[in-house]
Design a protein around this ligand. Structure first.
Ligand code: HEM
Length: 116
């Protein structure tokens, strides 16, 4: 699975932490996360991604469409955030083809997150 190829839960969690660090350093998207506990956010999104990448534990959290319903995220902002995931993966030394496959999995939630 992609989960195994990336190096399992620890590797996915490390990439997710870098993903949110990149987001928080980008003024065009950082404000969405104002007041959010980023340790919790990292752990939840890492769990979601582990499941989506074929890991052994099912996602036990909330429905992503409901979670993101009132945020007004645009397609352009979502694309920016995907770019932050791509750079987190690349800076972790993940091979380019694996980066693109992982990004493609994250892209499957675009329709749940984008509402504007
Ligand atoms: C929760 C924003 C993209 C997965 C949240 C929360 C915010 C947020 C602010 C916290 C909600 C709360 O606790 O009240 C955004 C923005 C995105 C984005 C602005 C893109 C522009 C994504 C993507 C994924 C994702 C790409 C998955 C790959 C999650 C998960 C939660 C969450 C798993 C926690 C759900 C739960 O509480 O069970 N998001 N998100 N988000 N987001 Fe996103």
């Amino acid at each position: 699975t992609l989960f195994e190829q990336l190096g399992g839960e620890a590797a996915v969690t490390a990439v997710t932490a870098q993903f949110y660090a990149n987001i928080q350093a980008d003024a065009t998207v950082a404000n969405f996360f104002k007041g959010i506990n980023m340790a919790d956010q990292t752990s939840k999104t890492a769990s979601f991604l582990c499941a989506a990448l074929g890991g052994p534990k099912a996602w036990g959290g909330r429905n992503l469409k409901e979670v993101h319903a009132n945020m007004g995220v645009t397609n352009a902002q979502f694309t920016t955030v995907i770019g932050h995931l791509r750079s987190a993966l690349t800076s972790a030394g993940v091979a380019a083809n694996l980066v693109e496959q992982t990004v493609a999995v994250a892209e499957t939630v675009r329709g749940d997150v984008v509402t504007a």
